[in-house]
Write a protein that binds this ligand. Structure first.
Ligand code: ZN
Length: 83
């Protein structure tokens, strides 16, 4: 499976939201792959960073757990925050 394009521009917004709201199910996060907005219960991430939805996780990595291991917790760093 071809690895997806990561839309890093949503990364800091997700981190900020997660830092403030944690597992509040009313807050929407943006998947870095498909850019769909979903609540935290349909996302995987590393503490809010590198957040992707469970559907993309399954589609591109086979399972959410694999996605966490191969993407969220990988050493590949998100881009620096702008501004
Ligand atoms: Zn997605």
């Amino acid at each position: 499976m071809k690895k997806p394009k990561i839309n890093w521009e949503f990364n800091w917004q997700n981190i900020d939201n997660f830092t403030k709201h944690k597992f509040d199910g009313t807050i929407e996060y943006t998947c870095l792959i498909c850019k769909e907005k979903k609540d935290i219960f349909h996302m995987v991430s590393d503490g809010g960073a590198k957040m992707i939805c469970t559907l993309c996780a399954k589609k591109y990595y086979g399972s959410p757990l694999t996605a966490v291991n191969e993407f969220c917790l990988s050493r590949k760093r998100p881009r620096k925050r702008k501004g």
